[in-house]
Design a protein around this ligand. Structure first.
Ligand code: DGJ
Length: 691
């Protein structure tokens, strides 16, 4: 264990400290991840006994920089293979440097020309710590990198560690589960080329006792939109370590002479305010340090997909736009079907010029008319894809991922372009840049509808690179487009919420949360989503009833109130909505605009009262409650809902009734939601602090 010398570093945040120290063999141990310690207290960690458990070889305290090396029988976050077959690393500490709120510790292998840097960054206004590593080949021979996790976090000893995570599938993303951490390794991740619907790169560990409002949590998330894995390991002594990184088994990268491999950021958060407290801290971090324009309110958008799918004319789009504008929508997004021979999902993907039958004079006339309604104009694109039945594919059949002598499996009649190839990346940037330069497009919905298969790159010296370079080139293109078109805003979509992570969110403004627009199903999806991502990016459309997917009939108010908990949007076929529905929709859009700054920039608290549930958002002197209840039993009365985070000495005026409530009473006894007896009851309540 650590030598008695100050080879110890503490990364401090406003309320927490993360402490690492080197032992005699230059192994870096994670000593503390918890409440903030003074320098003296941190140093005292070196006096703790090595391990409260039997000192068995191989059962060592979890390492912070966990490189494959002698006696490391559990999970290791850094794995390489040198030219002669050697796989063990023997890292020697070289130096520490501090700059820009970041600590960097530099290591080099004792014999081979590999340098490893581990970096820790904190912010003065957040308890989130950002970590990454870099591997540099300082020799002349290639070094194969089998695994380069951004961070391995040693979680303190806990009696009954519990793992919270988000699993899912198409139409049911971000389903929250909490289960005891089993012994051994639990691995979640994606091998699909995108972040995935099946798992989101976030986990939380608690001691099994935390509630929404109480208890310590240790969470981590990976800012990466390609394949990834998070390993949660509970060793035989019950200690938990969490390691997060890009890539997946069994892909590797060959690091050539002089090359540097930089991993994405794995961010970690220790918080002591229950699950909701941790979620709020993640939201604040996203708003302060991830999103490109956090200060902006996201507009109420209208999206035409569910209304028309592939069957429309420019006139149909205009009719929808007029009705959307009348309802108060601020951004009109024309979805799939506007280009090439794309009148179904069978052809045209890759041919990014307006369909000549639908738009004989290009997109200009429609964009102009949409702008005349006062709305901004947005357009759907799916740049990483191609239909085999397209001019692009006929010209460049080698531009898709493929392997010799293997079939090219299609999903939705489409293949994935090899964006790792420089010429594909150049072509993609070029047509997007041209499209944005030639048209007044304010917003792109960037879709990605199928996972990779047969992911090969014939002719490449290092084909597995595609798993990394696809995402890197995607990021580069997004960054370039944003820099050259500063007014452009972008939505990340991947058949709904298949690409939601802090990597894509650095360069996009909101996400399409799920293709499932059924308000009842959405409640759970949104609850899971909110564990880490803020309402400010959570796109939520109000669509038709019966819902096109579930056939469920849900009243308009309920559909709106659930969607108003995020970035409200409308996605129904407004051509068939009745006058009453259009008028009520307009009222609810106006309601949303009033509460929008509170929802999109405020602090979120989940609410629960019997069968009713909802969310509370607070900002400055305003509190907004959105609540809903599917049904209730005969004779049953909804309990009052206790509010959170209020000033107990303050008084709050309820805009519905004009009544003034005491903060202390709202917090300890609760607020009457007054939902009434009907099924699908919902409400929106605005409380203002009275001075
Ligand atoms: C999948 C998206 O999630 C939908 O919203 C829509 O854009 C379709 N793709 C269009 O093909």
């Amino acid at each position: 264990m650590p030598a008695r010398e100050p080879r110890l570093w503490a990364v401090d945040t406003p309320h927490t400290s993360y402490v690492v120290a080197l032992d005699d063999h230059d192994r870096l141990h994670g000593l503390h991840w918890g409440p903030r310690l003074t320098a003296e207290q941190a140093l005292a960690l070196l006096d703790l006994p090595a391990s409260p458990f039997r000192p068995v070889i191989g059962r060592e305290a979890p390492l912070d920089l966990s490189a494959a090396s002698a006696f490391q029988y559990g999970h290791t976050g850094v794995q390489v293979r040198f030219g002669d077959g050697t796989r063990d690393l023997e890292l020697e500490f070289r130096e520490a440097s501090e700059a820009d709120d970041a600590l960097t510790l530099v290591f080099a292998d004792r014999h081979y020309p590999l340098e490893v840097r581990t970096r820790y960054r904190s912010h003065p206004d957040s308890d989130v710590i950002e970590r990454s590593i870099t591997l540099q080949n300082n020799g002349t021979e290639p070094i194969e990198v089998l695994r380069a996790d951004s961070a391995t976090w040693a979680v303190p000893d806990l009696d009954a560690p519990r793992l919270s995570r988000l699993h899912g599938e198409w139409g049911a993303e971000t389903q929250l589960t909490r289960t005891p951490v089993p012994y051994g390794e639990t691995v979640i991740g994606s091998r699909r080329g995108v972040t995935s619907h099946q798992a989101n790169p976030w986990i939380t560990i608690d001691d099994g006792q935390a509630t929404e409002t109480r208890g310590e949590t240790w969470s981590t998330t990976l800012a990466w939109s390609g394949t990834w894995r998070i390993t949660v390991e509970k060793d035989p002594a019950g200690r938990v370590a969490v390691s997060a990184g890009f890539g997946h088994d069994p892909v590797s990268i060959s690091l050539v002479a002089g090359e540097v491999l930089e991993t994405p950021v794995a961010a970690g958060l220790y918080a002591d305010g229950g699950f909701a407290g941790a979620a709020s801290a993640w939201h604040e971090y996203a708003l302060a340090h991830v999103l490109p324009h956090p200060e902006e309110d996201r507009p109420v958008l209208y999206n035409s997909w569910e209304a028309t799918e592939f069957d429309f004319t420019a006139e149909d789009q205009m009719r929808l736009a007029e009705r959307a504008a009348a309802m108060g929508c601020e951004l009109f997004v024309m979805d799939d079907g506007w280009f090439g021979a794309r009148v179904s999902d069978r052809a045209g993907l890759g041919d990014w010029t307006p369909n000549p039958d639908r738009f004989p004079d290009g997109l200009g006339p429609l964009i102009k008319r949409v702008h005349e309604t006062g709305m901004r104009f947005g357009l759907w694109v799916e740049p990483e894809m191609v239909n085999p039945d397209s001019d692009l594919y006929r010209a460049h059949p080698d531009w898709v991922y493929h392997q010799p002598h293997r079939r090219r499996s299609e999903v939705r009649q489409q293949l994935v372009l090899n964006l790792a190839k420089p010429e594909v990346a150049e072509w993609m940037h070029h047509w997007l840049d041209d499209l944005l330069s030639a048209n007044e497009i304010d917003f792109l919905k960037w879709d990605m509808n199928r996972p990779f298969t047969e992911a090969g790159w014939p002719g490449s010296a290092d084909p597995d690179r595609l798993w990394f370079d696809h995402t890197r080139n995607l990021y580069r293109i997004l960054d370039r487009l944003r820099a050259d078109h500063p007014a452009l805003r972008i939505e990340s979509c991947s058949s709904g919420g298949g690409r939601v992570d802090f990597g894509i969110l650095r360069r996009t403004d909101q996400v399409w949360t799920s293709d499932n627009t059924d308000a009842l199903d959405r409640i759970e999806i949104q609850e899971g989503f909110a564990q880490v991502y803020p309402a400010r990016i959570m796109g939520a459309w109000v669509t038709d009833s019966p819902n096109p997917f579930t056939r469920r009939v849900i009243p308009l108010d309920f559909r709106f109130r659930v969607a108003m908990a995020g970035v409200l949007a409308v996605g129904g076929d407004l051509r068939i909505w009745s006058d009453e529905e259009l008028a009520r929709g307009a009222e609810l859009v106006a309601d949303y605009k009033r509460i929008r700054p509170v929802v999109q920039h405020g602090r979120r608290h989940p609410l629960k009262a019997g069968q009713a549930a909802g969310v509370q958002y607070d900002r400055d002197d305003t509190t907004v409650v959105l609540a809903w209840r599917h049904s209730r039993r005969l004779g049953y009365r909804d309990p009052l809902v206790k509010l959170h985070g209020l000033d107990l000495d303050g008084r709050y005026e309820d805009a519905r009734t004009g009544r003034v409530h005491h903060g202390a009473v709202l917090a300890t006894h609760g607020l009457d939601l007054d939902l009434g007896p009907a099924d699908y009851a919902s409400t929106m309540i605005e409380l203002t602090r009275v001075r």
